[in-house]
Ligand binder design. Structure first.
Ligand SMILES: Cc1cc2nc3c(=O)[nH]c(=O)nc-3n(C[C@H](O)[C@H](O)[C@H](O)COP(=O)(O)O)c2cc1C
Length: 149
């Protein structure tokens, strides 16, 4: 059985709304586990066929609480060995490129195999971005199930 995890951090609720739609997209075709980044640990990487990440850009970087999840699991994961499949969706007010660059740099160190280009959702979630989040979760999960990554 395919297991996909969604790990997110949200301050205002915007990322939480996007992550919820991602989770619904994943759940439409596979088992889905959802973790707040504050609660997530090494096991998320080890138990999941792929990890879908949702967090905001804060001050031109990844939101601190989300980056803390990557920071505290990087060395344990590195010592464990292997590669985890992941994709990242960044929520941002008007940019997002700083967080994207930071995430993609960190992903090389893990190492993570990025199964999709990092996406940026600008502004408040709306009907279109929420629908896209659902499709993003569903399509990536289908890809994992089919073994195309
Ligand atoms: C402290 C702070 C810093 C922010 N810095 C940026 C930034 O550098 N670039 C940007 O595009 N948006 C920035 N934003 C906007 C957030 O990325 C955006 O509102 C996002 O949707 C917030 O999601 P969340 O509240 O669910 O974490 C910032 C917001 C806060 C609160």
């Amino acid at each position: 059985m395919t297991c996909i995890s969604v790990v997110y951090h949200s301050q205002s609720g915007r990322c939480a709304a996007i992550a919820q739609r991602v989770q619904q997209g994943v759940s439409s075709v596979a088992d889905c586990r959802v973790y707040r980044a504050l609660d997530a640990d090494l096991n998320v990487w080890l138990e999941s066929d792929a990890v879908l990440l949702v967090a905001a850009e804060n001050s031109a970087s990844l939101a601190g609480e989300f980056k803390a999840f990557l920071d505290r699991t990087l060395y344990p994961f590195y010592e464990h060995g292997g590669v985890a499949m992941a994709a990242m969706l960044i929520c941002a007010g008007n940019d997002g490129r700083g967080a994207q660059a930071q995430f993609e740099r960190i992903a090389k160190g893990f190492p993570l195999k990025l199964i999709a280009a990092t996406e940026i959702v600008l502004g408040e979630p709306n009907v279109r971005s929420l629908a896209h989040a659902f499709d993003w979760g569903q399509a990536l999960t289908e890809g994992v199930k089919m073994g195309i990554f």
